[in-house]
Design a protein around this ligand. Structure first.
Ligand SMILES: Cc1cc2nc3c(=O)[nH]c(=O)nc-3n(C[C@H](O)[C@H](O)[C@H](O)COP(=O)(O)O)c2cc1C
Length: 385
C-alpha cells in the first residue's frame, strides 16, 4: 500500500514542459492507475515495484515513457523518465507524492430537501472516517455546472453516491439530462417522422442533433463524441476509442444509490424503479454499485398526510381510527395508514442513522482492510424502507 497515492511532477516533451498527475491504487493483485497530462489520460502499463521504487509505462504523445519514482519515508526523493524510442533519460522536477486519501463523491438532486438530508448524513458518515467528500447538488441551471468538470470525474473517487427523490414515478429530470445522451429530446420524434415518411432513417449530422439548447455546435452527431449538454459533465476521463467500440477501463469506483420517496401510489415498490435507474446510470459510467438506500420523504402537497390526518377515501366515506401499539418501555405508537410509520416525519432520526450506518459498514468492510487494499467481497449494503 505504500506506493498508493498521487504523484505530481514536471517533465519535458518536444512541445515543451508538462505537468503530470499520476494516481496509483493498490488493486487486489497489483498496483494500477492513470497518468493525467493536460488533456492526455492514459492507463499505466507495466507497473513494477522494486524495493523503494515504483516504475510504470505511459504513452504520452507519440512516445512510450517509462517513469520511475523512488520513495523514502513516504516522500518522493527521486524520479526519472526514459523515452522508449530514443532511450533518452530525464529527471522529473517538482516531484511531490501525496499518500492515498479516500475520496467520496456525493451527487444528489432535491426539490424539498428530504434527499439532501440523507445525502448530508452520508457525507457526515464518510467524514467520520476522515474521507474527503465532494458534495454536489445537481440542478438544471447551467451556471451551477460551470467550473465543476475537474471535480466530477468518477475516476478520481473511491465511492460515488447518486441520489434523487421520486417524482411521478422516476428520478428528477436532471438525472436523465446529465446521465443520458439527450433523452427526452427531439431525437425519437425526428427518426420516427423520417421512417414513417417512407424514406428510411438517414443518420447524418443534419438529422441527428442534440436537442435544441442542449448541445454545442457539431456535437452529438453520429460517429462523433457523445453530445455535450449545456448542463452536466463528462463523468469519465476516457471514452471508447472509436464509435461503438468497447470502453472498458481498468478502474471502477464503488457506488451507492439512494432515494427519498412518498410511495403514495404503490408503496415501497415505487422506489425500486428509481433505484434501478440510478444504479444503471452509474454502472454505465463504470461504477460498481454495491449499495441502495431508500426511505420515506415527507410529501409536501396533497399526498402528504399530517399527523392525525386520515386519508380521503376515493369512493367517499371515512377511514376508521388507526390502531395504537405499545412498546416494552410503554411508548405508544399510532399505526400508520401508509406503508410506513409517521409519513409526516421523514427522513427522521432513524432514517438518518440508517444512512450513516450503511456508509460506515461500507467504509469499514471495503476499505479498512488489513493490507489497505479494497476488499473483494460480495457484500451488498441495502436499506429500503
Ligand atoms: C410533485 C411531486 C410528485 C411526487 N411523485 C412521487 C411519486 O411518483 N412516487 C413517490 O414515491 N413519491 C413521489 N413524491 C414524493 C417525493 O418523492 C418525496 O416527498 C421526496 O422525499 C421528495 O424529496 P426532496 O425533498 O428531496 O425533493 C412526489 C412529490 C412531489 C412534490
Amino acid at each position: 500500500m505504500k506506493f498508493a497515492g498521487t504523484y505530481k511532477f514536471k517533465f519535458l516533451l518536444p512541445e515543451g514542459g508538462q505537468q503530470a498527475v499520476v494516481n496509483v491504487r493498490a488493486n487486489d493483485r497489483a498496483y494500477e492507475g492513470e497518468v493525467i497530462c493536460g488533456r492526455n489520460f492514459q492507463i499505466l502499463e507495466n507497473v513494477v515495484v522494486r524495493k523503494d521504487t515504483i516504475s510504470f509505462d505511459a504513452t504520452i504523445g507519440q512516445d512510450v515513457h517509462t517513469f520511475s519514482i523512488t520513495l523514502k519515508d513516504g516522500t518522493a526523493v527521486d524520479g526519472k523518465d526514459i523515452i522508449l524510442s530514443t532511450g533518452k533519460a530525464q529527471a522529473l522536477t517538482d516531484l511531490v507524492f501525496e499518500k492515498k486519501k479516500f475520496r467520496a463523491l456525493i451527487l444528489y438532486c432535491t426539490m424539498t430537501k428530504n434527499t439532501e438530508k440523507i445525502a448530508r448524513a452520508m457525507k457526515e458518515s464518510f467524514e467520520e472516517y476522515k474521507w474527503d467528500v465532494t458534495f454536489y447538488r445537481m440542478t438544471m441551471r447551467p451556471k451551477d455546472w460551470e467550473g465543476m468538470q475537474d471535480k466530477l470525474y468518477f475516476d478520481d473517487y473511491d465511492v460515488v453516491a447518486l441520489g434523487s427523490p421520486i417524482v411521478a414515478g422516476y428520478p428528477l429530470t436532471v438525472v436523465n439530462k446529465v446521465f443520458s445522451a439527450g433523452a427526452g429530446g427531439d431525437l425519437e420524434r425526428v427518426v420516427t417522422k423520417q421512417v414513417e415518411a417512407g424514406g428510411g432513417f438517414q443518420a447524418n449530422k443534419d438529422t441527428i442533433k442534440p436537442p435544441p439548447g442542449e448541445g454545442g455546435p457539431g456535437q452529438g452527431g453520429p460517429g462523433g463524441p457523445p453530445p455535450k449538454p449545456v448542463i452536466g459533465v463528462d463523468w469519465r476521463r476516457k471514452h471508447c476509442a472509436y464509435p461503438g467500440g468497447p470502453s472498458q477501463f481498468n478502474y471502477r469506483p464503488l457506488g451507492i444509490v439512494f432515494t427519498t420517496y412518498g410511495g403514495g401510489f404503490y408503496g415501497s415498490g415505487e422506489c425500486k424503479a428509481t433505484l434501478a435507474a440510478l444504479q444503471l446510470f452509474l454502472e454505465l459510467q463504470n461504477v460498481q454499485v454495491i449499495g441502495q438506500f431508500a426511505c420515506v420523504g415527507k410529501e409536501f402537497g396533497p399526498a402528504g398526510l399530517e399527523e392525525g390526518e386520515k386519508p380521503m377515501l376515493i369512493d367517499g366515506g371515512e377511514m376508521p381510527d388507526p390502531a395504537v401499539y405499545e412498546k416494552a418501555d410503554g411508548t405508544k405508537i399510532t399505526a400508520s395508514y401508509f406503508f410506513h410509520g409517521e409519513p409526516w416525519n421523514h427522513p427522521n432520526d432513524k432514517d438518518v442513522m440508517k444512512a450513516k450506518i450503511l456508509i460506515s459498514d461500507l467504509v469499514e468492510d471495503m476499505f479498512q482492510t488489513y493490507d489497505g487494499r479494497r476488499a473483494q467481497v460480495n457484500s451488498e449494503y441495502i436499506s429500503i424502507s
